[in-house]
Design a protein around this ligand. Structure first.
Ligand SMILES: Cc1cc2nc3c(=O)[nH]c(=O)nc-3n(C[C@H](O)[C@H](O)[C@H](O)COP(=O)(O)OP(=O)(O)OC[C@H]3O[C@@H](n4cnc5c(N)ncnc54)[C@H](O)[C@@H]3O)c2cc1C
Length: 473
């Protein structure tokens, strides 16, 4: 059966997050203007998602520019966009502005915390040495153990969590030693080509997303974007790509770039016709979509720590561990807002609970942290369920130990005229805004070459990912 075609374009950009907007700009800069961004939400930004909470614009998704620039070294392109569009940010001190707590209240275990910083740094060195010798990947847990770094009590487990899970949104057991280390180094370590170890938190009341919306505003015409348009089916042939929307509209183009999250690709929210080739499907199902959940509370007044951060060591690792005060002179003084972050399996657990129960558990933790304070009823409470959201199905990708470099190539490879880009296809910067940026740029440049007739280069891929050296027998 043929679907009636109502629109025809040169390129469809599926998704209007960072990757989609940068892809559109790249086409525009190459004088290809017959494109349309198809976006399910009512605005651009994707996982740059702000929300008005207790009168303040807070960030449910991306919040920091991670790695900015050292001197005139390489700059994080997100940092450059933030400067260009005057996004208001403030340095967030993750390491020297921390108060520590456990079930008995405030307990100073900053010495253990400092050890965990060293342990993490040792982990990345150990990973680097393995890469240099072409040794097989392991879990980050194995890496910690080989470095004789053990987290055997609540204080050291919480400290390790802060260094590791709070970044990767999964445990060291679930994460690749090598990929997590290079992920860290390429962003933060200037010796490894990283930007800087700085991190800037957006406090802009237009929302952090203003950065990409303002950039789009410089070139994007109204007819080049469709909002509230949910893609249900992507049919691809050697001649082009046909996209069917939830409302039945069908749109055809010579090429398409799919920037939907890894979680969306893993789910059946969007169907492909024909089904994606085996090599592609294996790559999609082999990377992990992790979840990072910020649970916001507002109280009539601040009764908590004066530092920017707090770490709570529960007997259960990962149970409401990382606290951030927005009621701080650097952020939103007087706001009465504090939030706690959970990740990975604990995020999925929390998402499956009703709000009221999560609120009760969180207040219970505050009772443990502040035994001498009468905790008032919060005046506001909110968290975003990223894992359950059919437009995201998680927060950002994390590289498991069974995922290999050829898998990444296969995740990124075009299937004929259908291309893929997003944070998850970035080998160096998966999980980050700048990963989405570079992929939107580089994959689109490859597509432009193809459109210009410079030869339709197939992005690197393999038919089958074979057992990696040194497993070969
Ligand atoms: C909680 C959280 C915290 C984070 N913190 C940081 C941080 O501090 N710093 C950092 O660098 N990165 C952070 N990230 C990661 C960062 O947000 C992402 O890497 C980046 O935004 C991904 O951009 P993208 O364009 O690849 O994908 P997306 O932003 O997901 O864009 C894809 C777009 O496709 C749309 N879409 C999906 N399905 C459909 C469909 N069927 N039809 C039509 N449209 C559809 C979506 O609505 C979305 O707009 C965080 C992410 C989350 C969720």
């Amino acid at each position: 059966t043929t679907v009636p075609t109502t629109h025809k374009h040169k390129v469809l950009i599926l998704g209007g997050g960072v990757a989609g907007v940068v892809a559109a700009r790249t086409l525009h800069q190459n004088d290809i203007n017959d494109f349309v961004i198809i976006e399910a939400q009512g605005e651009l930004g994707g996982r740059m998602k702000s929300h008005v909470f207790a009168g303040k614009t807070i960030e449910l998704g991306a919040n920091w520019i991670q790695g900015t620039q050292s001197g005139d070294g390489p700059a994080n392109p997100i940092f450059e966009l933030a400067k260009k569009h005057k996004v208001q940010t403030h340095f967030n001190d993750w390491f020297d502005s921390v108060t520590t707590y456990d079930q008995t209240g405030a307990v100073d275990f900053l010495d253990v915390f400092d050890d965990s910083v060293d342990n993490y740094s040792d982990l990345t060195v150990l990973a680097g040495a393995r890469v240099a010798k072409k040794l097989v990947d392991t879990t980050a847990r194995t890496g910690y153990a080989l470095g004789r770094a053990k987290a055997e009590d609540a204080h050291s487990s919480a400290s390790e969590y802060y260094q590791f899970d709070w970044e990767y949104a999964q445990t060291p057991e679930q994460s690749s030693l090598i990929a997590s280390s290079w992920g860290n180094n390429f962003t933060y370590d200037t010796d490894e080509g990283g930007f800087s170890d700085d991190n800037q938190m957006s406090i802009d009341q237009r929302g952090f997303k203003t950065l990409i919306q303002q950039e789009a505003g410089e070139f994007l015409k109204q007819e080049q974007v469709m909002f509230n348009a949910t893609v249900k089916l992507i049919s691809y042939t050697n001649n082009g790509v046909n996209v069917t929307l939830a409302n039945g509209t069908s749109i055809f183009a010579d090429y398409a770039l799919c920037t939907f999250s890894l979680g969306v690709l893993q789910h059946d929210d969007v169907k492909f016709e024909p089904v994606l080739p085996d090599y592609k499907e294996e790559a999609i199902q082999s990377m992990t979509m992790a979840t990072y959940t910020k649970i916001f509370l507002q109280f009539p007044e601040k009764f908590w720590f004066d530092t920017e951060m707090a770490l709570y060591a529960d007997p259960v690792r990962g149970r409401y561990p990382v606290w951030q005060s927005l009621d701080h002179e650097n952020f939103f003084p007087g706001s009465g807002i504090v939030f706690v972050t959970v990740t990975g399996d604990f995020s999925e657990r929390v998402e499956a609970l009703p709000d009221l129960q999560v609120k009760k558990e969180v207040i219970g933790v505050l009772h443990s942290m502040f035994p001498n304070v009468t905790i008032p009823e919060p005046t506001d409470f909110f968290f975003q369920r990223w894992h359950a959201d059919p437009l995201f199905r998680g927060s950002y990708s994390n590289w498991p130990p069974s995922f290999t470099t050829p898998h990444l190539d296969n995740l990124r490879a075009n299937v004929g005229r259908l291309y893929f880009a997003g944070e998850a296809t970035s080998i160096k910067y998966f999980g980050f805004l700048h990963g989405a940026y570079f992929e939107g740029l580089e994959v689109t440049q490859a597509m432009v070459k193809c459109i210009r007739g410079g030869g339709c280069a197939q992005l690197r891929r393999v038919d089958e990912v074979k057992t990696a050296y040194p497993y070969v027998v």
